[in-house]
Design a protein around this ligand. Structure first.
Ligand SMILES: Nc1ncnc2c1ncn2[C@@H]1O[C@H](COP(=O)(O)OP(=O)(O)OP(=O)(O)O)[C@@H](O)[C@H]1O
Length: 286
């Protein structure tokens, strides 16, 4: 499983840009981590993950994924090497569905990797299972599915290539509560099976529930990389970085850390009571 090491990476979209999209970012992500990447709009989250996927090269600094290292001098072929390890689910991935059937769509990536027909077909079926779609959906038109099902079919196309690192850019945007829950459960299962997850989100409850490391971006800078308990425990830091963490989310995270299973239907008062009982009753004073 590859480690990700980002060393002093800066990136500008255009030389005349007053402010680089990424400014001297350094970060280490251990294999098998679940990383939540958060920050205000335009803070550099998508730019950061797109460089990890080799979609561009750093203006300065280095990105290492496993044994592959890229920098400002790297060739397109070097950048493509990064992609061997990484699957990138773009925002609204269903907009990229194009084939006549779901099966053909999912098969596109594995076929491009040069896999045999049998291996591709097995990967298609496995990917459908991973996202919880019935095997028979392989023969359906992707455009005859619900919005949530289309999203899952598109994600299956990325999973079929069996990436060791999975990037998800706001994967639940526009989904209802049930579809959100199903999708995040799938992602948690992939993580449990060893996949490194990089989740860009504005939903702090998703970070609280799943992430073991939170990367906070602000105006192209990486301002902090730490476990959620550290990030959520500092209201001044949260406010300074425009992170809206409802009290219930912060509390539910502390309870998760303390080993308590959270009932999502609990009111904030009930959560506060549980937290006080578990952690010694100090919470209400903060
Ligand atoms: N293709 C592009 N060309 C020029 N500038 C860009 C391009 N994409 C992003 N930027 C700029 O780079 C900066 C970082 O953008 P980025 O998309 O990485 O932020 P983000 O944190 O992912 O934002 P959001 O939460 O809105 O998706 C912003 O100032 C943005 O305007």
């Amino acid at each position: 499983m590859p480690e990700i090491v980002i060393k002093n990476v800066s990136f500008s979209y255009a030389a005349q840009n007053a402010r680089p999209a990424l400014d001297d970012v350094s970060l280490r992500i251990a294999p098998g981590s679940f990383v939540g990447i958060v920050g205000h709009t335009g803070s550099g989250k998508s730019t950061l993950v797109s460089l990890i996927d080799g979609l561009g090269k750093p203006t300065s600094g280095q990105i290492q994924v496993g044994t592959v290292t890229v920098d400002a001098q790297s060739s397109p072929a070097d950048l493509a090497q990064l992609r061997r390890h990484v699957g990138y689910v773009f925002q609204f991935p269903e907009q990229q569905l194009f084939a006549e059937t779901v099966g053909q769509d999912i098969a596109f990536g594995p076929t491009n990797l040069g896999w045999s027909t049998d291996r591709v077909q097995a990967a298609v079926q496995e990917a459908l299972k991973l996202v919880g779609l019935p095997a028979a959906f392989a023969d359906r038109s992707p455009f005859a599915l619900s919005g949530g099902q289309m999203r899952r079919a598109a994600i299956a196309g990325v999973l079929a290539m069996k990436p060791a690192i999975l990037i998800l850019d706001e994967p639940t945007a526009g989904l209802d509560a049930a579809a959100t829950e199903r999708l995040l459960t799938n992602v948690a299962q992939l993580h449990a099976a060893g996949t490194t997850i990089l989740l860009i989100t504005h939903q702090m409850d998703q970070v609280a529930r799943y992430a073991d490391q939170v990367v906070v971006m602000n105006q192209g800078h990486l301002v902090k990389s730490a476990p959620p308990r550290e990030i959520f425990a500092d209201p001044a830091f949260l406010a300074a970085n425009h992170l809206n963490v409802p009290a219930a989310v912060a509390m539910s995270h502390q309870l998760r850390d303390a080993g308590v299973k959270i009932d999502p239907a609990l009111s904030i008062d009930a959560l506060a009571d549980q937290l006080a009982a578990k952690l010694g009753g100090k919470h209400g004073e903060q």
